[in-house]
Design a protein around this ligand. Sequence first.
Ligand code: GTP
Ligand code: MG
Length: 201
Amino acid sequence: MEIKSAEFVISNTDIQKCPVGNMPEYAFIGRSNVGKSSLINMLTARKGLAMTSATPGKTMLINHFIINEDWYLVDLPGYGYARRGVKGQEQIRTIIEDYILEREQMTNLFLLIDSRLEAQKIDLEFMEWLGENGIPFSIVFTKTDKLKGGKIRHNINMYLRKLKEQWEELPPHFITSSETRLGRDEILNYIETINESLKHK
Ligand code: GTP
Ligand code: MG
C-alpha cells in the first residue's frame, strides 16, 4: 500500500475526544521505549510525525494520525515505565485500558516486543488480558537491526515457543526494524487487507 498522506489529528487522554466517525484504526502498544512511535514514522515514511525519544515515557497521550484520509494509526503511551511511579503508571494504564476496551473503531492492536529480550512477564500478562477481553492483536518484534542475522530467528522462535505454552493459536507476527524498514510492506499489506475486508462487509 502506498502512503499518500499522513497527518497528525489530535492528542488526548479521553476516548470521548478521539475522532468521531467509523474509519478503522490500528493502535500500537508495548513497553515504554520498545519503539512504537518510531514504527509509526517508519510505516508512514515521515520522520518526525510521531515524537520519539531515547528516554522511556515519551508518549503520554493517545495520538491519532490519519493516513490516506481513510484510516488511522494510533500511538499510545507505553506501559511498565517504573520511573513514572505507581500512581503515574496507574494513570497511563487506565488510559490504555479504556482506549482498548471502549474504542470501537480499533480494528487491530499491534503489540510491540523488543526482539533482543527474553519474554517479559509484563508483556505476557498484557497478552493474557487482551485474550480475556477478546481484543484482536498481532505481535511486532522490534529493533532487529541490533541483532545479528541468525540471532533474530533464534530469539523469535524462542519467543513463539514460550507463547505456545499459553496460547493454543498464535497471533500473526511481524519482524521489523525502524532503522532498516524491515517488515514495512508486510504490516502495510496486512492493514490494507483488513481495510478492504471491512469495506466489503
Ligand atoms: P514511549 O513513547 O516512551 O513509550 O516509547 P516508544 O515505544 O514510542 O519508543 P520510541 O519510538 O520513542 O523509541 C525509543 C528509542 O528506541 C529511540 O531512541 C529510538 O530511536 C529507538 N528505536 C526505536 N525503534 C528502533 C529500531 O528499530 N532500531 C533501533 N536501532 N532503534 C530503535
Ligand atoms: Mg512513543
